[in-house]
Design a protein. Structure first.
Length: 490
């Protein structure tokens, strides 16, 4: 029997949780679910200056929001913990001692200034900067001398010269590197904290990770990690580097292309299922044509074979469309919950409404469900129910009101509405029909001017749905105020 697939997501908690990180987490999660494997969450917090507990919380809460739950890792525990790297320093030390004893690693006493001077000299000579190996073969005497000077050593891995290092990548095929371009690199810094390329290997090995799926940005780190696997005699996992995320202009995804943090989308009222769907398509495609799917459907279909090599393009328009599709699928209750914070912020409700007022708000909000791509767009779509001011969306809309028949149509409709014993969808519809017939007009000539006069827009929800919600008085008020603005007398 094949061994159980074990994948991991290993973020550094150093800032807002980026969309790219969420995509890596999602691909690992989908793969684990598809293969009946385990998904591990490890926190790589060795960058003491930049790691913060807030960032870790933010990552965990975003993952949970996206439905990306972990089987093992921080908070939930598991057999191969601890899952914070800073709690594993003793573990790394054991392996470092072994490497030092075997001569596979050595102490380096060079100061940052000396290293920088070396780097500059190499650059000047037109060489690729890498460590010269100055401390490679220090005698015991020299070491003592440096120690006596109070220098704190880092520890470097002895990298063999002239070796081809090949990354067998699930997505990219074989990618070759030259060990000469790497040089002896630091595995433990002078403060005793391991570097990423070192700790990641020990952790992935000890946590029995079978597949390391991560962003393409890390491909160039992989040869270093392979050297550590070699030095420690560890069995290597399978690697898969998923492509860069670019903006629509094909430059690296940045704030210019839209918000980059998961939180920003959450704050704007995007749905986790919309974001998941969109992220899944950033580098993967299901077999069929269907682009809208749930996490469960994606789990069933996910496979690394369909993960593309070429860069994924982050197109906010596509995200909005996808999210909009998921919004249409919500129950009215769920849509109302999504809209609520935005309605409160807009001052359209307090959140403590009950009874008839609440029922009215629910009906008002429901009118926006087919029109918005994310929650923050709801208030502008329902603004007409809360103000009597009408703004024309453009000159074209304004021009609709200049038709000769407009005053007659509007006057007749208002009179019909006023006379209604009950203002309902059907009775309002009846009024439109009646006025159209009586004046021998086309539907367009009746509906369109009324729509523009009422909303300022040429498009929107059905009028027969809006008018009962607004009530005849407010409908009339809005119509009169628009006409005044347009200089038309009834
Ligand atoms: N801590 C690394 C990062 O956040 C993990 C990279 C990896 O998956 O190996 O980029």
């Amino acid at each position: 029997m094949d061994k159980e697939m074990r994948v991991r997501f290993a973020p550094s908690p150093t800032g807002p949780f980026h969309i790219g990180g969420a995509r890596s987490a999602l691909f690992n999660w989908l793969l684990a679910r598809k293969m009946g494997g385990k998904f591990v969450l490890r926190i790589e917090d060795t960058d003491r200056k930049r790691s913060t507990p807030e960032s870790e919380e933010n990552i965990k809460s975003a993952l949970k929001w996206l439905g990306i739950t972990w089987d093992e890792g921080v908070d939930v525990g598991g057999p191969y913990g601890p899952y914070h790297q800073m709690e594993r320093l003793g573990i790394y030390k054991k392996y470092t001692d072994r490497l030092l004893a075997e001569g596979k690693a050595y102490y380096c006493y060079c100061t940052p200034e000396e290293l920088e001077a070396e780097r500059q000299a190499e650059l000047k000579a037109g060489e690729m900067p890498r460590y010269s190996g100055k401390c490679r073969n220090l005698t015991e005497e020299q070491r003592k001398q440096y120690e006596a000077e109070g220098r704190k050593p880092s520890i470097r891995l002895r990298v063999p010269a002239d070796e081809k290092i090949v990354v067998h990548d699930m997505v990219r095929g074989d990618v070759e590197f030259d060990s000469n371009g790497i040089g002896d690199f630091v595995i433990v810094k002078s403060d005793g904290i391991p570097t990423y390329n070192y700790a990641v290997v020990i952790d992935d090995y000890l946590m029995h990770i079978t597949h390391v799926i991560r962003a393409e940005e890390h491909l160039s780190n992989t040869p270093r990690q392979l050297l550590v696997y070699e030095a420690l005699g560890f069995e290597k996992p399978v690697f898969g580097h998923i492509s860069l995320i670019l903006g629509t202009d094909h430059t690296k995804m940045s704030k210019r292309h839209g918000a980059t943090s998961v939180q920003a989308y959450r704050d704007q009222g995007y749905l986790p299922e919309g974001i998941d769907n969109f992220l899944a398509l950033l580098g993967w495609a299901p077999e069929g044509e269907e682009e809208i799917f749930t996490m469960e459907e994606a789990c069933r279909e996910f496979s690394m074979d369909r993960v593309a090599k070429n860069p994924a393009v982050f197109d906010i328009k596509k995200l909005n469309w996808i999210n909009g599709q998921h919004i249409r699928r919500l129950t009215p209750e769920a849509f109302f919950e999504l809209a609520k914070p935005f309605m409160i912020r807009a001052g359209y409700m307090t959140g403590s409404e009950t009874g008839e007022k609440l029922a009215w708000l629910e009906r008002v909000v429901a009118t926006a469900q087919t029109q918005v791509d994310y929650g923050a767009q709801v208030p502008e779509k329902v603004a007409m129910y809360f103000t009597d001011e009408v703004e024309f969306e453009n000159d074209e809309a304004r021009a609709v009101l200049s038709a000769e028949t407009v005053p007659l149509v509007l006057r007749s409709l208002l009179a019909e509405f006023e006379a209604l014993p009950e203002v309902t969808h059907d009775s309002v519809k009846g009024c439109f029909k009646k006025v159209q017939k009586a004046n021998k007009l086309k539907g367009q000539q009746v509906y369109m001017p009324f729509r523009v006069a009422l909303t300022g827009n040429q498009h929107g929800p059905e009028l027969a749905e809006m008018i009962p919600l607004l009530g005849v008085d407010r409908t009339e008020k809005r119509i009169l105020s628009t006409l005044k603005k347009a200089g038309i007398a009834l």
